[in-house]
Ligand binder design. Structure first.
Ligand code: ADP
Length: 200
């Protein structure tokens, strides 16, 4: 299974991706995680990405496309994968189409997790407060200024992908304002996954 999770920052893509990983035995490919690892390791990609990410802007397409292309060649991605945070621009989606055309099966679906912006801001504020209370390090881009930039990037650069995948007949939208379990069930239904008896 090859899936894309689309949705604004704070929509719960990471949480739902993890569930799909457990359920379907596929890997989660989060470009945000990969880039943060590169920043942490101080690689050339990380040095290029660090300040851009801290501001909440998007890293250049060619950097991210290169990372994803290398990653989906790894043996553990052979069974399938969930892309979380990629593609984020139309050129990235076009690059992904070329990659998949060259590297086996096409996409099975694109799941959009819909959220309104007020709820996103509340959710991220709560996440920051909880992390601080636990003494964890807060992401450098989890602050009001960078968050505004991230939401703007989503609206302007990523939202056009809804139309891109809609036209291909791949897009399925679920309501991200519901509980984690309810969103998970909506995703299962969107994918046509059979519910266990009594569930769903
Ligand atoms: P979120 O969805 O919570 O905003 P991510 O962890 O997916 O966060 O991404 C964090 C940051 O990493 C983005 O704001 C951006 O700077 C960079 N990034 C991640 N994926 C991409 C991508 N596909 N293209 C460009 N930049 C990306």
């Amino acid at each position: 299974m090859r899936l894309i999770l689309l949705g604004p920052p704070g929509a719960g893509k990471g949480t739902q991706a993890q569930r799909l990983v457990d359920k379907h035995g596929i890997v989660q490919l989060s470009t945000g995680d990969m880039l943060r690892a590169a920043v942490g390791a101080g690689t050339p990609v990380g040095l290029k990405a660090r300040d851009i990410m801290a501001r909440g802007d998007l890293v250049p397409d060619e950097v991210v496309v290169g990372i994803v292309s290398d990653r989906i060649d790894q043996p553990d991605a052979r069974n399938g994968f969930i892309l979380d945070g990629f593609p984020r621009t139309v050129p990235q989606a076009e690059a992904l189409d070329r990659m998949l055309a060259a590297k086996g099966p096409a996409l099975d679906g694109v799941i959009e997790i819909r959220m309104d912006e007020k709820a996103l801001l509340d959710r991220i504020a709560t996440r920051i407060a909880q992390m601080e209370a636990r003494g964890e390090k807060v992401r450098p881009d989890d602050n009001p200024e960078a968050l505004k930039t991230r939401l703007h990037a989503y609206r302007v650069q990523t939202a056009p992908l809804l139309d891109y995948y809609g036209k291909k007949g791949l897009l399925r939208s679920v309501d991200g304002m519901a509980s984690i379990d309810a969103v998970a069930q909506a995703i299962d239904r969107a994918l046509g996954v059979k519910m266990p008896a009594g569930g769903g």
